[in-house]
Design a binder for this molecule. Structure first.
Ligand code: ISL
Length: 564
């Protein structure tokens, strides 16, 4: 089996609205992205994934696409996009776009034509269904709250939307719709795109009789997820997408899928997989308590380690998972996957070490390399994200007080990760010369790329060294191709694993506890990287065959005598 070209690549996610604003209108743009390519190259990024930049009314920040063939003017022009392709290629990098095809915007011409002729051919690009007993066709709650069915004006029909009502679901069971999608995907790949991150894709399979489910909330509705979970047949759609588009272009693809069924992982990744990789969200799912996001769980080290290691164990030998700490939908990892005492820069470096050297394709989200943190807003009005507002309303309906509902939003809001990137300590954080579209995290005067670039002990400089090690000529293959094995996996505070390849092995160990740890080593080991900037005590212990880690210290050790 030959190694795929993306096996050793590292992906960096840009949230374009919040990355860099070149024209001073307060919104990030493509010219801003172009101006930061050298920063990304220096960090060690191979592939740049852009959250949606297509023409959109931005009800869901571009995840509501009105024209799949156009760049939204807020971001720039197609010429600038082509320039981005050329400039990334010149630097040995590639561009990955977001592919949002479970739904489009209600402003898309397909939907406009469907509304104009609700029994015509474009209606069948969507799910138009007659109502039932004076109400919607079924009792589904959309992911962003409220009924998942919206009346089609002037008819007794409803259309289905899994997300916001401005995001009508596309009917993948219609071959004409699938042809439109394949044509569009190939158009972008023909341009020279490296691949796609495929949005919310598990939702394209439906039960076409749309059965009711028992209500699961005070609104009397049942999550639409129940219907999707019981639906079948996604493999056929995704197989066609792979064979008609991805495979002929040798594209890199990452699927956003949640709650795979037993045995499905094998079909989704690997040599004949439906995608190059899929995100491993198991650690993120731990934050949902018995009542989902309404009962957020505190970080529990052993459960988190167990979830990460289970993902590594479940992944087939010829496949890779996308390892990810944070993205535009999740709170910041530095406030989430660390115990309270470690929620600082030392913890961010430790978490980065623990995550980036796992087996898989590492994904970084903008600002993660600075240790950027959640940004709790002072009132619900300050939140932009529609899901946050839906959660606030749902929490009030559940009987929570406004203060309790706001606290829930502060802990779980997607806007935690959407505040503008912090480039320097000047006005607008170097993100914009104008007024930023979303409030800056107030820590930007001290936490920013410019300050961190000149501080050898910063999170940024550490991430640069960590990524350089992952990609180094000497150790790169161990990280990109090596096996994974847990080490000391019942220890109360050590997160440790061995990566091995072709007779060479690396031990990665991190101390998540508040106390120092000491552990005898099985084999002599040489220090490749440590996270605190104070290697002396660890080096002294290593000389005696011991691993000694201070709280929040991570280390990467070469164990050259072990067989891979
Ligand atoms: O399907 C889900 C749960 O099983 C949802 O969590 C869903 O997969 C997730 O919210 C999808 O997110 C993506 O699509 C959304 C968009 O708002 C997000 O930003 C995007 O990442 C709708 O396009």
């Amino acid at each position: 089996m030959s190694k795929p070209w993306w096996q050793d690549k590292l992906v960096y996610q840009i949230y374009p609205k919040s990355f860099c604003d070149a024209n001073g209108d307060g919104v990030g743009d493509l010219a801003g992205v172009l101006s930061k390519l050298d920063y990304l190259k220096q960090l060690g990024v191979d592939l740049v994934w852009l959250s949606p930049i297509y023409r959109s009314p931005f009800v869901d920040q571009g995840y509501d696409v009105a024209d799949y063939y156009a760049i939204d003017p807020a971001f720039g022009s197609m010429e600038q996009f082509d320039q981005l392709l050329a400039e990334t290629r010149r630097r040995g990098m590639g561009v990955v776009m977001d592919l949002v095809v479970n739904h489009c915007s209600d402003q898309h011409v397909w939907f406009q034509k469907a509304l104009a002729d609700p029994t015509g051919p474009y209606a069948d690009y969507f799910y138009f269904r007659p109502g039932k007993e004076g109400g919607p066709p079924s009792n589904y709650r959309a992911y962003f709250g409220g009924s998942a069915w919206e009346p089609v004006p002037g008819t007794d029909l409803y259309y289905l939307h899994s997300f916001a009502k401005q995001q009508p679901d596309l009917n993948w069971y219609n071959p004409a719709l699938r042809e439109e999608i394949f044509r569009m995907v190939n158009w972008w790949l023909d341009k020279g795109l490296a691949g796609f991150r495929v949005d919310a894709i598990i939702n394209i399979q439906k039960q076409l009789d749309f059965p009711d489910y028992p209500a699961d909330g005070p609104d009397g509705l049942a999550s639409i997820w129940r219907m999707v979970q019981d639906a079948e047949g996604i493999e056929a759609f995704l197989g066609e997408l792979r064979d008609r588009c991805f495979a002929p272009h040798d594209a890199f693809t990452v699927g956003e899928v949640f709650n795979l069924k037993d045995g499905q992982l094998r079909q989704f990744v690997g040599e004949h997989g439906l995608f190059s990789t899929i995100f491993d969200f198991a650690p993120h799912m731990l934050a949902s308590g018995p009542n989902g996001w309404q009962t957020p769980e505190e970080f529990k080290f052993a459960a988190w380690r167990g979830a990460v290691f289970a993902g590594q164990a479940a992944c087939p030998a010829d496949g890779l998972l996308g390892t990810i700490i944070e993205n535009h939908d999740e709170p910041r990892g530095s406030c989430r996957f660390l115990p309270a005492h470690a929620q600082n820069d030392a913890g961010a470096k430790m978490l980065g070490t623990a995550s980036l050297l796992l087996r898989g394709i590492p994904f970084l989200y903008q600002g993660q390399e600075l240790g950027m943190r959640n940004c709790p807003m002072d009132s619900i009005e300050e939140y932009d994200d529609l899901e946050t507002h839906a959660r606030y309303d749902a929490a009030l309906l559940e009987g929570k007080t406004p203060a309790e509902a706001l606290a829930l939003c502060q802990a779980t809001s997607r806007d935690n990760a959407r505040t503008p990137m912090q480039w320097n300590g000047g006005p607008g954080a170097g993100f914009t010369t104008g007024r930023p579209w979303m409030r800056l995290n107030p820590d930007y005067p001290t936490r920013n790329a410019a300050a961190q670039q000149t501080d050898e002990n910063s999170v940024l400089r550490y991430y640069q060294r960590l990524i350089a090690l992952r990609k180094s000529g000497e150790w790169g293959e161990v990280f990109s191709e090596g096996s994974f094995a847990p080490v000391w996996d019942t220890h109360p505070s050590l997160f440790a694993y061995r990566r091995a390849f072709a007779g060479r092995a690396v031990l990665v160990a991190a101390n998540f506890g508040a106390q120092p740890v000491e552990q005898p080593l099985e084999t002599p080991a040489r220090l490749l990287l440590e996270s605190t900037g104070s290697p002396a005590p660890l080096a002294a212990a290593l000389a005696k065959g011991q691993l000694a880690l201070a709280p929040c210290q991570a280390a990467v050790l070469a164990e050259e005598t072990l067989q891979g």
